[in-house]
Design a protein around this ligand. Structure first.
Ligand SMILES: *[C@@H]1O[C@H](CO)[C@@H](O)[C@H](O)[C@H]1NC(C)=O
Ligand SMILES: *[C@@H]1O[C@H](CO)[C@@H](O)[C@H](O)[C@H]1NC(C)=O
Ligand SMILES: *[C@@H]1O[C@H](CO)[C@@H](O)[C@H](O)[C@H]1NC(C)=O
Ligand SMILES: *[C@@H]1O[C@H](CO)[C@@H](O)[C@H](O)[C@H]1NC(C)=O
Ligand SMILES: *[C@@H]1O[C@H](CO)[C@@H](O)[C@H](O)[C@H]1NC(C)=O
Length: 263
């Protein structure tokens, strides 16, 4: 979409599909200094948007001033996650994670960002790089991984190196009390790359340290197998953290703080 077409689009305010009126809206009265309005026209490399997203992650890692329901990003907590994964012949497990915390999300670097306008929606895409994520959780595990029969509960600690994922975000303009915000309508992440996973599960064989050590060694030597177990958890975690943040932040920041062509 060309810039002048965006102007035309915004002049056509009457189109009921484009704007929906909502109830009383809390918003940030002044734009933060670390955010610049970026062009929203179709682009294969929107560096301006990439910097904004990176800055939002870093500056608001402990929460968003004035928004009490946006939690901390570092550490980030998830109370409960369940995984059932079957990848014959190596893996057939059910895992429950409780009180998971991750550290490292606020260090996200946005490698690039694309924008595309399509049928009333803006589609943003960006590649995110995380140097290291540390994860700690209580775990409960049952099933088999690489010929090991397991049935245990304990503590899981893990380090993920050089993780890269792609985020697809859809949003559309929304009017509230005469101000335009962006309503995030969908967000989806996809892990594109990971260089290594180190894992340590305690109490794998009723406290038998010898067996525990050799099982952990087997896991670490075969970390790609573990990745297939952890992939849905990681994807779910990224989906939920990003959906929560972007939805709340974009409903709190008037769209014109972030995007140039929005009135
Ligand atoms: C998780 O943390 C909450 C709050 O700190 C605590 O009440 C709960 O017992 C914990 N659950 C497990 C399984 O450790
Ligand atoms: C963004 O960066 C990733 C990782 O370097 C690359 O695979 C992808 O092709 C890039 N996309 C664009 C649109 O430049
Ligand atoms: C797994 O361990 C629990 C608790 O120790 C025990 O009650 C259960 O019978 C075990 N299940 C299997 C399949 O061994
Ligand atoms: C914002 O988007 C969500 C998700 O698509 C939708 O459920 C909700 O109705 C939208 N809100 C408004 C006010 O349009
Ligand atoms: C695994 O974690 C336990 C408990 O935190 C610790 O005692 C042990 O040294 C760790 N093992 C490795 C190989 O890091």
């Amino acid at each position: 979409m060309q810039p002048h077409l965006i102007v035309v689009f915004y002049l056509a305010l009457a189109a009921p599909l484009c704007f929906v009126v909502v109830q009383a809206q809390k918003f940030l009265p002044e734009p933060p200094t670390f955010i610049k309005p970026c062009a929203l026209k179709d682009s294969q490399s929107n560096d301006c948007l990439a910097r904004n997203i990176e800055n939002i992650f870093q500056h608001w890692r402990n929460g968003v001033p004035g928004l009490s329901d946006v939690g901390s990003l570092d550490p980030f907590r998830v109370s409960r996650l369940r995984i059932a994964q079957r990848v014959p012949p190596n893996v057939d497990v059910r895992v429950e994670l409780r009180n998971m915390t991750t550290v490292g999300l606020s260090q996200a670097k946005i490698l690039n960002s694309t924008t595309l306008y399509n049928t009333g929606h803006y589609n943003l895409g960006f590649h995110v790089h995380l140097t290291q994520i540390d994860l700690t959780s209580k775990y409960k595990l049952k099933g088999h991984i690489l010929l090991l029969n397991l049935n245990s509960t304990g503590v899981l600690t893990s380090k993920l190196d050089n993780l890269e994922f792609y985020v697809a975000l859809r949003m559309r303009p929304l009017q509230a009390e005469g101000i335009t915000f962006m309503n995030v309508t969908a967000i989806k992440t996809d892990i594109a790359r990971i260089d290594n996973i180190r894992i340590n599960l305690t109490n794998l064989f009723n406290g038998n340290k010898e067996l525990e050590r050799s099982a952990n060694e087997i896991f670490n030597e075969n970390w790609r197998v573990l990745f297939e177990i952890l992939r849905p958890v990681l994807t779910q975690t990224f989906d939920s953290v990003l959906e929560d943040r972007f939805t709340k932040v974009f409903r709190y920041l008037p769209a014109k703080y972030l995007f140039k062509d929005v009135e």
